[in-house]
Write a protein that binds this ligand. Structure first.
Ligand SMILES: NC(=O)C1=CN([C@@H]2O[C@H](COP(=O)(O)OP(=O)(O)OC[C@H]3O[C@@H](n4cnc5c(N)ncnc54)[C@H](O)[C@@H]3O)[C@@H](O)[C@H]2O)C=CC1
Ligand SMILES: O=C(O)[C@H]1O[C@H](OP(=O)(O)OP(=O)(O)OC[C@H]2O[C@@H](n3ccc(=O)[nH]c3=O)[C@H](O)[C@@H]2O)[C@H](O)[C@@H](O)[C@@H]1O
Length: 429
């Protein structure tokens, strides 16, 4: 099939490269010329395992990129993979979706054949039809149901494992305005849907939109719940990891996403939970539980610093922060809990020395006044205490003999030889 993908970030690039790999003719439409040039040169604009090989293999044959929206006219389906960030008040900001829909609608105006537009971006219920659909109709002069079809197909991939998550999902969710649109997507995804492990959920557009938010809200809530249980466990002197490992054996709950500690960050959970809370309020519903989910999450970095302060006088102390990215395997620092930890340490008068295998250059402009070390060992040298903010696998092999005071508070449960330390404390164990 001939497919165009608008927006070539984490999602758009992954979807494009994977669809090309499944044998489709794919064109990426992206406003950033550098990204376009990178893809056309056969290289990946982002680091994701398995992506570079796929782009190298397909660029110049059945995968290309362009800044020109006119390319959509040579395709049957367009996926919108544009950012849906949050406004200052936390609510969903649709400015980029609107701009992209306008450009797409204008480009479709001269097209005679039918076209299917699929929203893959995370958007609140009503957006696909009332915002994207309305703009497309007015700009293209066609009507939904008469030359133009709409679908909503949320994406559940994670950063770091984007390619395998896309190609081997638990589920594919499709909300569509017509049976034909749903059938087109079944055909497009046929190799993925043929996997026994992948369920197909066909529903209406509004449900498809909300499934994505419900999914993320559930996962974020699960982590906040295990963090609350972890905080309580610690007050009792119990190990939350042992407790929750047993709880996870109940297959109604699952053992996955049970790692308590410093909480959730990244470009997805924080913005999506906030957008759902703001959207619920706009609908006249007070989302008390989701408010609490955020409050628990926001409390964890302070608890980590308080735990350290119980062992080390933080005023003028040299404190190591191990890990800056919001999770291992990425240099993304958006809403990383490590940044809150740095703030709280600085508030308490500590001199911070940070180390992360890949994310330091992203943090440096925000915190030019902290020290950045070339290795974890250098960061720990002469430190009066250390905190673990990201569970990078390389932290499992640390030695602590260079520290001035061997005190470590761990927010992520790395593997530590406790015998090497005077104080080793877990945030929730
Ligand atoms: N990053 C992730 O792991 C996941 C993200 N999502 C959702 O997918 C959507 C896209 O997210 P990401 O790929 O992370 O965003 P991103 O920010 O990585 O990429 C978006 C791309 O769109 C481009 N762009 C902006 N305006 C444009 C326009 N008018 N025309 C063409 N291109 C334009 C940007 O230059 C950028 O390269 C969001 O709604 C997000 O919530 C869903 C699942 C996973
Ligand atoms: O909507 C999105 O954009 C994506 O958001 C998340 O993916 P991602 O943000 O890449 O990362 P996760 O692996 O889910 O981790 C999110 C945060 O939760 C934390 N976490 C995760 C798991 C856990 O047990 N405990 C825990 O604290 C991580 O450290 C990280 O800060 C979802 O997992 C994806 O399914 C979804 O598509």
């Amino acid at each position: 099939m001939h497919v165009s993908i608008v927006g070539s970030g984490y999602v758009g690039t992954t979807v494009a490269a994977c669809l090309a790999d499944l044998g489709h003719e794919v064109v990426n439409i992206e406003i950033d010329q550098e990204i376009v040039d990178t893809i056309n040169a056969g290289e990946a604009p982002i680091h994701e395992s398995g992506l570079a090989e796929r782009i190298a293999e397909h660029a110049g044959t059945n995968l290309r990129a362009t800044t020109d929206y006119a390319a959509v006219r040579d395709t049957d389906i367009t996926f919108l993979c544009l950012p849906t960030p949050q406004a200052d008040d936390g609510s969903l900001d649709l400015a980029i979706m609107r701009a992209g829909s306008e450009s797409l609608g204008r480009a479709l105006e001269p097209k005679d054949d039918d076209h299917l537009v699929v929203v893959k971006s995370t958007v609140l219920p009503g957006t696909t039809e009332d915002v994207v659909g309305t703009i497309l109709e007015s700009e293209s002069g066609t009507r939904v149901g008469d030359g133009l079809e709409l679908a909503m197909n949320p994406e559940f991939l994670r950063m770091g494992t984007a390619v395998t998550d896309f190609l081997e999902p638990d589920k594919v969710v499709v909300g569509a305005t017509s049976d034909d649109a749903a059938a087109t997507l079944r055909e497009l995804y046929a190799p993925i849907l043929s996997r026994e492990e992948t369920a197909l959920v066909e529903t209406d557009i509004r449900e498809a939109e909300l499934i994505k938010y419900a999914n993320n809200a559930f996962l974020a809530s699960k982590i906040s719940l295990v963090n609350e249980l972890g905080n309580i466990a610690k007050e009792y002197g119990a190990d939350a990891y042992e407790v929750l490992e047993a709880v996870g054996l109940d297959d109604r709950l699952s053992e996955r996403f049970m790692r308590s500690g410093l909480g959730w960050g990244g470009s997805c959970f924080p913005k999506d939970v906030d957008a759902l809370r703001a959207g619920a309020r706009e609908q006249g519903y007070d989302p008390a539980l989701l408010d609490a989910v955020v409050a628990v999450n926001d409390g964890q970095p302070r608890r980590l610093v308080d735990s350290l302060a119980a062992h080390v006088d933080l005023e003028d102390a040299r404190i190591t922060v191990l890990g800056l990215s919001f999770k291992p395997g990425t240099d993304d620092i958006r809403k990383s809990r490590a940044l809150d930890v740095i703030e709280y340490l600085q508030d308490r008068g500590a001199a911070v020395v940070a180390y992360d295998p890949v994310a330091m250059e992203n943090v440096r402009p925000m915190y030019p006044d902290i020290e950045y070390a070339e290795s974890a060992a250098n960061a720990l040298a002469d430190a009066d205490g250390a905190v673990v903010a990201t569970d990078w696998p390389e932290f499992d092999d640390l030695t602590f003999d260079g520290m001035a005071q061997r005190v470590v508070v761990d927010g992520r449960r790395i593997d530590v030889d406790e015998a090497e330390l005077d104080v080793y404390e877990g945030l929730t164990w």
